[in-house]
Design a protein around this ligand. Structure first.
Ligand code: PMV
Length: 316
């Protein structure tokens, strides 16, 4: 069973405060299958990062296995969940949410159970809380439903008429958006610096609480990019999108979640000719996204010459 990673195009962090965020699923993610085992319990194996866990473990993976066994009960039919990731971990690409959705889907298939997507998403949100504390729900929603999603607090933002499906999340509402007329390439630059989403979300809370009057307008401006972004992608308005990405990146610097490597990658992407670029996900390292449709191969070559690890994701 596979679940996809995501990139946040606009709105990371501010979505935690209910402002809108726009995210797109990647075509790669996490794959989970279950192998029969002699043990009368579920175990988990993630060889790429040397993780082995069972329900007795104190850490996050032990907690997650306990939660999943409670919520998808089916005694005497155990196995080992074997997980393989096609995306880097702790890089802002939604690996933990994709992991949650892939595990849930694998367990449902193993037990021969079918759940509606809404229930899979709710369960994945509970797993995300174990990893991140106070997630907005955007990552698990994109991992569950795919495509393009807008997420916001309905008291701050009303979903547009053109959404194809409204999804009620525990805190907010998500709107699935109709697919773009043609997929748009986005360059993803990995700084290869791992970071913890939970710590970065807590850091933003600290800086916000020290100066809420200063940060509220910045949060609102970013939310505005998220709501306008989709229409601009529909209409191929790349230069305007690029400008919004650049401003969003500077706002995220003001929120103290960029890093020297992300800022260097931003400069290199702009110098190579990208319309715009910004960090994606929680920041502090992880990935930068750059927009340069039609020019992506040339720009990627230049970035690779500078030593950056890149790939092209197609959104929409
Ligand atoms: O870096 P990631 O993939 O864990 O994304 C986090 C996105 C945040 O907006 C920073 C947090 C959230 O829960 O929405």
């Amino acid at each position: 069973m596979r679940a996809y990673g995501k990139i946040i195009l606009f709105g990371e962090h501010v979505v935690v405060y209910g402002y809108p965020a726009l995210a797109a699923a990647l075509s790669t993610g996490i794959v989970c299958h279950i192998e029969p085992t002699a043990q009368s319990k579920f175990t988990l194996s993630l060889p790429q990062i040397h993780v082995q866990a069972s329900r007795e473990d104190e850490g996050a993976f032990g907690q997650i296995l306990r939660l999943l066994e409670e919520q998808i009960p089916h005694p005497h039919h155990y196995g080992q969940l074997v997980i393989h990731s096609e995306i880097p971990f702790k890089a802002g690409l939604g690996s933990s949410a994709a992991l949650a959705v892939a595990m849930i889907r694998a367990l449902l298939e193993w037990h021969g159970i079918s759940w509606p997507l809404q229930k899979v998403n709710e369960m994945a949100y509970c797993v995300e809380k174990i990893f991140h504390g106070t997630p907005s729900g955007i990552d698990n929603t994109v991992a569950t439903y795919g495509g393009l999603c807008l997420v916001a607090d309905p008291s701050k933002y009303q979903m547009p008429e053109y959404i194809s499906e409204k999804i009620v999340l525990s805190k907010f509402v998500a709107g699935r958006l109709p697919l773009l007329p043609q997929p748009i390439p986005i360059i993803v630059v990995n700084t290869q610096q791992e970071r913890e989403t939970k710590k970065l979300v807590e850091h933003v809370r600290e800086v916000y609480q020290q100066n809420p009057h200063y940060y509220e307008p910045i949060f609102a401006a970013i939310g505005d990019f998220a709501t306008r972004g989709y229409q601009m992608f529909m209409e191929n308005r790349y230069q305007e999108l690029g400008n919004m990405m650049d401003i969003n990146h500077h706002h995220l610097q003001t929120m103290q979640v960029s890093s020297p490597a992300l800022d260097q990658a931003w400069q290199d992407a702009k110098a190579a000719g990208a319309c715009g670029a910004k960090l994606t996900g929680a920041g502090g390292g992880g990935c930068l996204i750059a927009l340069a449709p039609g020019e992506e191969k040339r720009i990627m070559q230049q970035l690779e010459k500078k030593g950056w690890q890149c790939f092209v994701a197609e959104i929409g």
